[in-house]
Write a protein that binds this ligand. Sequence first.
Ligand code: SAJ
Length: 407
Amino acid sequence: MNQPEVVMIGLGYIGLPTAALIAQNEVNVHGVDINPKVVETINKGEIHIVEPELDSAVETAVKNGYLRASTKAVTANNYLIVVPTPFKGKNEPDISFVEAATLGIIPLLKEGDLYIIESTSPIGTTEKMRDLIYQKRPELRDKLFLAYCPERVLPGNVMYELVHNDRVIGGIDEKSTDKAISFYSNYVKGKLHRTNARTAEMCKLVENSSRDVQIAFANELSLICDKAEINVWELINLANKHPRVNILQPGCGVGGHCIAVDPYFIVSEYPMESKIIGTAREVNNYKSFWCAEKIQNAKLKFELEYGRKPKVALMGLAFKPNIDDLRESPAKYIVNKVLQNDSNGEYFIVEPNIEEHNVFKLTNYNEAIEKADVIAFLVAHEEFKQMKLDKDKVVLDFCGVIKNENI
Ligand code: SAJ
């Protein structure tokens, strides 16, 4: 392969699909990942993550010679940073991976290169990286194009959304924004909206915080309705008949790597100002704890009534419906909590989207429903919605699986 046009640093859930998409356009892409196993897998034309259509895109890109990977960056004209930004300490964003990736390419940079951060980042990260780059390479000052462009794709639909979603692009100056827009316009059919780097960084955080706040509202309603003996699903459905009301669905908490995480990037820096954003996090975390408590209480009530311990079905482990992704899953947290409190109870743990789990023994969902006395729905998987439940079962529906005639 000739010198690549694009170097993609970080070959995870966003970096790899983006690399494959660019390579599909017959552009030479060099992927970089610190994990040698990931590099080896990709160079074989295979993938290490689950995402529809990604396998064939990577296989074709590698076979046709447009995509290859290594553990070290190489010279290119465009550098994309798509590495994780985890937490350190008490919910403080950790940009050390972005920093390390940037340090890795600084010696390779030359006049006219484009450097883009896609990783979710605290406000001011792009400016910090600009300062770092020019501190090490002062001769390049104002001769590079530096921008921030967050991704907003939904896991499970990444290959489509990468192309069709609108994107927000913020350069550290106008010419950087122009250059980044021109880069993405080769691959993206959605609209490309221009702004500055700080606004683009904040925009990503705000999108996920907005969804978190809206889910918290739905979860708060579910707590109130439980006490008030009102069916929350019916209530929300009716309220949503108002032309300007659109309440989301309650569940057993908020999971995944984004919505449950990104709001802390704002709260940790602006604690006095971000009251609603911080409280929403608390409400959504509390909802998972509350669900676990409800299961404990239902078990105790059953035992008092029938003089024996109930068999309990815990339905779902994924972080949201119809996926196999268990990362940061509230359902998994609830299952762990329930089992911790009662290690010798009889449980059926169900997750139809995975074959086996290294900690939990999984049971088929039909068998679990048939044998259990208490059934707790933790994730609204499609399979569960089709099930017929016997009237004598105790059912805890935390995610709206059971159809109600009025809904
Ligand atoms: N959830 C509810 N009730 C709802 C909707 C969702 O409880 O009505 C829960 C889900 O069960 C899940 C969590 O919220 O536990 C998050 O799921 P999600 O489908 O809302 O979002 P993610 O985490 O899969 O993807 C989000 C998306 N962001 C927004 O919708 C604003 C996606 O567009 C982002 O690209 C992604 O985060 C990311 O990478 O940041």
